[in-house]
Design a protein around this ligand. Structure first.
Ligand code: ZN
Length: 282
């Protein structure tokens, strides 16, 4: 029997340091590789700056073990944690971004929906981190969520990115994208990739699916945002990188592409953004 080698997917956003994986992290990563996931970007925000290094620690613990996806890390201060973005935290972020495995700064951004920190504090915290990421030449991972039915957070994010980020040419990822077409188009214009998560599969997400259906193949990524946002039919369960294939399949249907074409495109996009060699899964 001929073995069929299918192109590998990359989960561009997973919180592998979540305590919800404490009991089975290696088994969870083995399942991911068996499901065709060649690499995972492990998000280094923890529960605040004190835990920003945990994603890097996980990379170093698991990279090189057989049968697992290749792991990369990020580091950043989440919008809710920006009140903790003091000089020590920013120094720690800068040191983490200097590490070769830490390929991105994030997730950073603005969250006016939960408003876990005052908006002005969020904006200042974002700008400080953009300055550090620019100096370290690391693309950024943007979390952006506005108040209901409003583009308030998006409008502020684009104001800040236009002023402080566009000229760096470093680009980034709009993680767990939830905006409209206008926000998607502006993201692409800024050199960003737009990453779709499990919420793309939810019944009420038709407006998001309509946006996804208009995306160019060279502008998309898929992610889990695990342990949150498990795609249908696993909604409500603990999410994990293996399940990113479900989101890729829905995206394939919307873009009238095959799942393999989505895997090829999203993996190429990820590798291009971070200037990585195409060796994932080898
Ligand atoms: Zn996240």
């Amino acid at each position: 029997m001929q073995s069929m080698r299918r192109p590998l997917l990359i989960d561009s956003h997973a919180h592998l340091d979540s305590p919800r994986y404490a009991g089975d992290r290696e088994a969870m990563l083995l399942r991911a590789r068996e499901a065709g996931i060649g690499a995972v970007l492990s998000i280094g925000i923890g529960e605040g700056p004190a835990e920003m290094h945990q994603a890097l620690d996980i990379c170093r613990e698991f990279n090189g073990r057989p049968g697992l996806p290749r792991l990369y890390a990020s580091a950043g201060i989440y919008p809710h944690n920006t009140p903790e973005a003091d000089a020590a935290a920013l120094t720690k972020l800068d040191a983490l971004l200097a590490e070769p495995e830490v390929i991105a700064c994030g997730e950073i951004g603005l969250d006016y929906y939960h408003e876990g920190a005052p908006r002005e504090v969020q904006r200042t915290g974002l700008i400080r981190q953009l300055e550090i990421a620019a100096a370290r030449k690391r693309p950024i991972l943007i979390h952006c969520r506005g108040t209901n039915e409003s583009t308030d957070a998006w409008d502020d994010v684009f104001l800040i990115l236009d002023e402080f980020w566009g000229r760096t040419g470093l680009g980034g990822i709009m993680h767990c994208f939830g905006g409209g077409w206008d926000q998607a188009r502006r993201s692409l214009d800024l050199g960003f990739l737009v990453s779709f998560a499990g919420n793309l599969t939810y019944p009420k997400a038709q407006p998001l699916r309509d946006v996804a259906a208009r995306m160019p193949l060279d502008g998309i990524l898929v992610e889990t945002d695990a342990p949150w946002l498990a795609p249908a039919p696993h909604r409500g369960e603990r999410n994990e990188p293996a399940l990113v294939a479900q989101t890729a399949e829905v995206l394939a249907g919307l873009l009238k592409a095959t799942p393999d074409e989505i895997a090829v495109a999203t993996t190429a996009n990820f590798l291009r953004m971070f200037h990585l060699k195409p060796d994932v899964g080898n």
